[in-house]
Design a protein around this ligand. Sequence first.
Ligand code: SF4
Length: 331
Amino acid sequence: MELAEKAVKFLRLASRSRAALPTEIQVEVTNRCNLTCPMCPHTFGGLPLTDMPLGRFERILGQVPFARDIILTGWGEPLYHADFLGLMDRCRSLRPQARIRFTTNGYLLNEERAKEVLARGVSRVAFSFDEVPPEGGAVAAGGAAETAGHLPSRAALANAERFCALRKGTDCRVHYQVAMLEHNEASILALVAHAARAGADAVALMRMETWNQPDLRRPDLVRERAIIARVRAEGAARGVPVYCLNDHTWAMRVATHDDEICLKTDASVYITVDGEVTPCCNLRKLSGGSVEASTVEEIWNGEAFRRFFTDQRTACGSCDALQARQFPSPR
Ligand code: SF4
């Protein structure tokens, strides 16, 4: 995010207000996935698995002339959509000014697909990794049992590395992201080394949400801070910026009113594969309406979204995905 955008966001949140219209439109283009990770809501959500039809996607694009970012990511692997390139083409033709972003597990982004995606002007691709073998080494003892579910695949890493090389000379940024689990610090450090070698732009550390899966283990707040500090130092030594949205600066503490407002909510909507418009992917039952019956603008200005913004903690419960503190998981 540009400095000016950050300043606007800070002032908006600090004054407890929202954007007049959402500029970040996140669309769950599919809820199908090629993996079944235990930490992912896709795996245990029990939803009918489907792709968003192109007609619905076009309807959404037609409703959001104010979109600055269109994020083709939800509870599923976007590249698993039967016509992912068709979705990108619709973005380019109907919302040519918008930046296109998506997050992928990397397995399906082979050379041919990478070139096709880059030719359509993607602005940012985030590769979501889990267990990364140390240089020349095997995965940690315990293997997949100690991961959040992504298979420790050299193939996905190789796809990411190739993508980094192919995007040179374009405006596309590449991020690696990884969840902090109880025992994966060595993997995270290996990922930073890989990011440096591949030439990725940044590594994002994610806090694993446990509100919906209380049996999953993550480092407590003290260890989390220590991991962030060590990984940041490793990134600095290797020339790769490392960031974590849970590591709030004083400005973020002020902006969020000390965890009362989520950083995600002041200019963003999430649209489920069924067309329901919600504040974020974790609040899919808190729909303000469907794009089949209302516009995104009407829903953003509707009662459900207004109410949510004035009392988020009631709706968000113990979700601490983007908070500074860790909230206890319900048991
Ligand atoms: S706190 Fe969690 S549930 Fe609430 S808006 Fe942020 S990410 Fe979504």
